[in-house]
Design a protein around this ligand. Structure first.
Ligand code: DLL
Length: 433
């Protein structure tokens, strides 16, 4: 399967990509310098003028932007065009502090939707497909982004948004949806609801899913693929940089191609800010080189990943990022040990559980505690206490060898942990409450 939306761009030579990036970066730095006093001041503080940035080789000289800058500059401080040239805002789902508001001109929306269209074509989507968009619509970028991409490909688009799970399944079946777009946790919930309605993979016409907006494990991918009888592809993005489609998976299903004609990616050491060589894990940083309304340079995403430019069998030449392990701010430090929720998910799914779990962290007598509550599946459900405690011990052992930590595991009855229709909330950290 070699399907592209913009073949010339997606398979351009590395030299061509570099030439585009060099030229666009220089232009973007000038645009930001001329129009965003907030960033100009940051450049001046480093003794920089636009003339110092002659190519991507000079990118490292530019100052970083972080979420704190976006909050400081809220709402208009990073806007680089007159407000009357903007046609849309979107906003992050942030729960703390001020929301981040991103602005788009019509041309910015076109770029964003092109990126989503590339993602849909990469999973085999064509105008013959029926694409059900079950990401939330509204301020969240998931629904609007994939909706726009689906139109560009020419798919029949079903804008269900999230929620009303039985109706989602009804539309999938009645309107023969072939591509489903939603968060992986919602895909798992839709799969679970299908099962409880007595439906198996052969009862639904879906062939592919485009799942992102949150970290999810390979084990969860396999689970969803089996339950729905589809190929499940990852998609990545963030509101500050545009929305979904900053990077997307291809037929190889091993990492996501970053749309490098629009976004330059770097990996830095999150503690020192130093740029790390290709293949090293670190914090992902993006510079957006084609957008005009909200053109962030060197934006620190806090997502932890690795980049690779090894040739890909799909023919795309754009750099690939591995599945983000999580965010630096999602990483839990428990008794001095770094723990990502996705590591816990891997252990649970490898032991036959579904991704219905909650991680509760607390501090008792000055020592951190880690309590993992996980639902038994209906098949394993029992009230035999001996069996339950054996199962719990097996998970405690599994978690100890994955994390090097003693956790408490509590098995709970099926359907007692809240399901998610959007981004799942897996961690309750009582130390911060
Ligand atoms: O989540 C955009 C999006 C919508 C992406 C639909 C994919 C599909 P925000 O709400 O601004 O935007 O959240 C961005 O979500 O920095 C990551 O931490 C996380 N994230 C997004 N995609 C993935 C992914 C949308 N595939 C933040 N894997 C990002 C892991 C992801 N984390």
């Amino acid at each position: 399967m070699k399907q592209y939306y913009q073949k010339e761009i997606e398979t351009a030579s590395r030299e061509q990509l570099k030439a585009w990036q060099d030229e666009r970066l220089v232009r973007q730095v000038r645009h930001v310098w001329d129009n965003v006093p907030y960033y100009r001041k940051k450049m001046e503080e480093k003794g920089l003028t636009p003339e110092d940035i002659k190519s991507t080789g000079d990118l490292y000289k530019l100052p970083f932007l972080s979420k704190a800058d976006l909050r400081d500059a809220y709402p208009y401080g990073l806007l680089a065009v007159p407000l009357e040239d903007c046609v849309r805002i979107q906003s992050t789902s942030g729960t703390t502090g001020k929301r981040v508001v991103a602005f788009y001109t019509q041309a910015d929306i076109d770029i964003w939707e092109d990126c989503c269209a590339r993602a849909i074509c990469a999973v085999g989507g064509t105008k013959k497909d029926v694409c059900q968009v079950s990401y939330g619509y509204g301020l969240f970028t998931g629904g609007p982004g994939l909706n726009g991409g689906s139109h560009k490909v020419g798919c029949l688009t079903i804008p269900t948004s999230s929620g009303n799970t039985e109706r989602q399944i009804m539309f999938i079946r009645d309107l023969s949806a072939t591509i489903l777009c939603c968060t992986p946790s919602y895909a798992a919930y839709i799969g679970e609801t299908m099962k409880s309605m007595g439906l198996g993979p052969d009862d639904i016409p879906l062939k592919a899913g485009i799942f992102g907006a949150e970290a999810w494990s390979e084990e969860m991918r396999r689970d969803i693929e089996t339950t729905m009888g589809i190929k499940a592809y990852d998609i990545y993005g963030l509101t500050e940089i545009s929305g979904p489609g900053v990077a997307f998976e291809c037929s190889e299903q091993s990492g996501m191609h970053i749309n490098e004609d629009h976004f330059i990616a770097e990996i830095i050491d999150p503690d020192t800010g130093e740029v790390l060589p290709e293949g090293t894990q670190g914090e992902l940083v993006f510079s957006s080189i084609t957008k005009s309304a909200f053109p962030l340079l060197r934006y620190r995403t806090r997502d932890i990943t690795t980049l690779t430019r090894k040739p890909c069998s799909c023919g795309r030449t754009h750099v690939k990022m591995t599945k983000p392990r999580g965010r630096t701010d999602d990483m839990l430090i428990i008794r001095g040990v770094n723990v990502f929720p996705s590591q816990i998910e891997t252990v649970l799914l490898n032991h036959g559980y579904a991704a219905n779990y909650q991680i509760i962290v607390d501090r008792v007598h000055n020592s951190d505690t880690l309590d993992v509550q996980v639902e038994m599946t209906p098949e394993m459900f029992t009230d035999n206490l001996g069996e339950i405690s054996q199962r719990q011990e097996a998970l405690v052992d599994g978690l100890r060898s994955m994390l090097g930590l003693a956790a408490k595991v509590t098995l709970v009855e099926p359907k007692t942990i809240a399901r998610s229709e959007g981004k799942a909330v897996r961690v309750i950290d009582k130390r911060k409450i």
